[in-house]
Design a protein around this ligand. Structure first.
Ligand code: GLN
Length: 596
């Protein structure tokens, strides 16, 4: 009897103790989160399954663009351990996108900025490197007060707190979080787990999960197949996440039959299965999503109503998309544009340049065909002349190091001498100045100091390290982000921009050496853009005796959008069209000769 009584007293006590221990533990973990949630922001998470490279960034940006009457803030999570992609070769993950605030971020920010009409911030990019950096610094500062620092809750807390902080700082209506990679990748597990936890904190009506998967049509069966999608839904469910929307990337619209099947496996209504088909222009995707009812699904799930403001932009967007579609099918003119660099094996390395050209092309009602010219492989001027004879404009894009630069310099020479419309971007401008110094000013040893790091003897450093960056270790010495550029009145640059003060984005370590500026200008090259703050930095150049030979130290491709194309790309293509007409006429003459 006595024994039983003790047992009865002891058990509740034990339980109570256990509960206390649990609530204390939970309090630390949950309290900080609950406290941080502003109770207002809605969260949309976009995950991917089956394959990478299905266009999750475009899908996220497209969902965001449908919601752009709200304050939508995009966040990108990447599982790699670099703090940011700034130190990575573009062949790894595509181009490094540069934000106005100087942040070097994933190229998906290019999609976000182009689709959402926003200016991204570096805090909106969260790599696992940043997560661990925050965590380990806090640990060293003693912020964990004697606790064992663990993956859960501490790593996931850092992630959730980051989301909550952005939501708060930006007063966001919607935080659009894209989780990089595919579900099941080890390196992204903690982002997914953090999303799962966040769902429980903010509640179902404040959180939506969209999952992008792949629907193959195998050659033999000629039928849309859902098995890989079923498996990836299963992977997601295993992690405690139940998607509200499933987007099936497929070469054609999803059939009703496959939608029903996926809906059944995904536990969602059939209308919540949306097609994302292969398109010629990514700008078609938001329109496709809208037609498939994406907006209604999101609004309903998150219990929000759309602010009613006239949306002229969507009409303009649709009109331009129609122009692109029309030109893809039946182009009025196809302009051949040469992009001459060393990262030609991966198209994403020059993603923003391609997009900027497409924007300008839509406004000029033409189509652009890209000729990627690998400047590491071309080494004779004759070879380059043959390649450039059939192009309408030449772009030498940004780059680093000595590989492929002599090829680029030859490309510049041919474009200058044969009067082919030319745009040199960043390294492209620097090498244009080097070429001019060598071949027009007779400075035979002209080069950029950048190549001396690779053991090349530089006699005349026409391009030299930026003054403030001298002697610093290479690590974080780039001049990055938005800067003002003062344009020379009456110059082509000023005409192109229709202004004398512009703002563009930079990412460079070297600049035109001021000791040579006078001598170069005496030979007919004009530095038409200069830094306002730092007097000596040459930011733009042009050669007046050439119909269109322009260089810019900045990256105009980063701020171009479908609705507002970059003036530099727009005018480059305008001149390319002139050359196209001329080439066509010349071809006709040749044809006529052949007939006789
Ligand atoms: N490598 C050159 C520099 O550091 C150009 C950089 C670039 O093209 N983004 O200045």
């Amino acid at each position: 009897m006595f024994g039983v009584k003790i047992f009865y007293i002891f058990i509740p006590l034990l339980n109570c103790g256990f509960m206390l221990a649990r609530t204390n533990e939970n309090e630390d973990f949950v309290m900080s989160q609950d406290d941080s949630y502003n109770g207002k922001t809605k969260f949309i998470f976009i995950t991917g399954g089956v394959l990478s490279g299905l266009g999750k960034g475009i899908a996220a940006a497209s969902i965001g663009s449908l919601l752009s009457r709200f304050k939508v803030v995009p966040v990108k999570c990447d599982g790699y351990l670099n703090i940011d992609p700034g130190t990575m070769n573009p062949i790894e993950h595509g181009e490094v996108f540069v934000l106005d605030d100087g942040g070097e971020v994933d190229m998906d920010f290019g999609h976000y900025e182009r689709f959402l009409n926003i200016k991204g911030k570096k805090e909106w990019s969260l790599t696992m490197g940043k997560v661990f950096d925050t965590l380990l610094k806090s640990e060293r500062e003693g912020k964990y007060a004697g606790k064992t620092v663990q993956f859960i809750p501490h790593v996931t807390d850092v992630i959730k707190n980051h989301f909550f902080k952005i939501a708060d700082n930006e007063n966001a209506d919607i935080l659009l979080v894209e989780i990089g990679g595919t579900v099941g990748d080890l390196e992204n597990e903690f982002f997914i787990e953090a999303a799962r936890q966040l769902f429980h904190i903010v509640g179902s009506e404040n959180c939506l999960f969209a999952h992008l998967t792949y629907i193959p049509i195998p050659k033999g069966t000629k039928e849309q197949k859902s098995k890989p999608t079923q498996m990836s839904i299963h992977d997601l469910n295993e992690r405690g996440i139940y998607p509200d929307v499933i987007i099936g990337r497929c070469e054609e619209m999803l059939t009703q039959k496959i939608k029903e099947k996926i809906a059944l496996y995904g536990n969602i209504p059939t209308k919540n299965v949306i097609s994302e088909i292969d398109v010629d222009s990514v700008y078609e995707i938001p329109i496709g999503f809208q037609e498939e009812g994406m907006l209604d699904i999101v609004l309903k799930k998150l219990r929000i109503t759309m602010p009613s403001v006239a949306n002229q932009e969507m009409d303009d967007w649709k009109r331009l998309v129609d122009v692109c579609k029309q030109n893809n099918k039946n182009p009025r003119k196809t302009l051949n544009i040469a992009i001459c660099g060393k990262y030609t094996q991966l198209e994403d390395s020059y993603a923003s340049i391609h997009e900027a050209l497409k924007h300008a092309a839509a406004h000029l009602n033409v189509k652009c065909k890209f000729e990627m010219i690998d400047t590491e492989k071309t080494d004779t001027i004759e070879e380059i002349k043959v390649q450039l004879a059939k192009v309408d404009a030449v772009i030498v894009p940004g780059g680093f190091g000595s590989r492929g630069i002599e090829g680029k310099i030859l490309v510049v020479q041919v474009a200058r001498e044969l009067k082919i419309p030319f745009l040199g971007i960043c390294y492209g401008m620097q090498l244009a100045v080097v070429e001019f110094a060598r071949n027009k000013c007779g400075i035979k040893g002209a080069n950029t100091a950048e190549v001396s790091a690779d053991g090349i003897d530089v006699k005349d450093a026409i391009i030299d390290i930026l003054p403030g960056k001298r002697g610093l270790p290479l690590g974080d010495t780039l001049r990055k982000g938005g800067q003002d550029v003062f344009l020379k009145s009456g110059s082509l640059a000023a005409k192109i921009y229709g202004a004398e003060l512009i703002r563009e984005r930079f990412r460079h370590r070297y600049e035109v050496n001021h000791d040579y500026v006078k001598r170069i200008e005496e030979h007919g090259l004009v530095f038409s853009g200069r830094s306002v703050k730092e007097e000596n930095i040459m930011q733009m150049m042009e050669i007046p005796e050439h119909p269109f030979f322009v260089g810019c130290q900045f990256h105009p491709e980063l701020t171009s959008t479908l609705l507002k194309p970059s003036p530099l790309f727009y005018n480059l293509l305008k001149m390319a069209e002139v050359r196209f007409d001329y080439r066509l006429e010349e071809l006709h003459i040749l044809d006529a000769k052949n007939l006789r």
